[in-house]
Design a protein around this ligand. Structure first.
Ligand code: SF4
Length: 63
């Protein structure tokens, strides 16, 4: 599975980072960085939770 980010929709508040800090990081200027866009199987559950919790639907998981 792969994570795609629509940067225009992201508000940078970091809910995704709080749920999956190994994968998502909001940098100092408020821009979200997807550190590991190819999702490891062991991180899939938390990444799915992060994607589902994004309030602006900026994240997607694709196969
Ligand atoms: S939860 Fe959504 S809006 Fe918030 S930082 Fe993550 S991708 Fe951006």
């Amino acid at each position: 599975m792969k994570i795609t980010l629509d940067q225009a929709k992201c508000t940078g508040l970091g809910i995704c980072e709080s749920l999956s800090p190994d994968v998502f990081e909001v940098d100092d200027d408020g821009t979200l960085v997807v550190k590991r866009p190819d999702v490891d199987a062991g991180l899939l559950a938390e990444v799915r939770a992060a994607v589902d919790s994004c309030p602006t639907e900026a994240l997607r998981l694709t196969s």
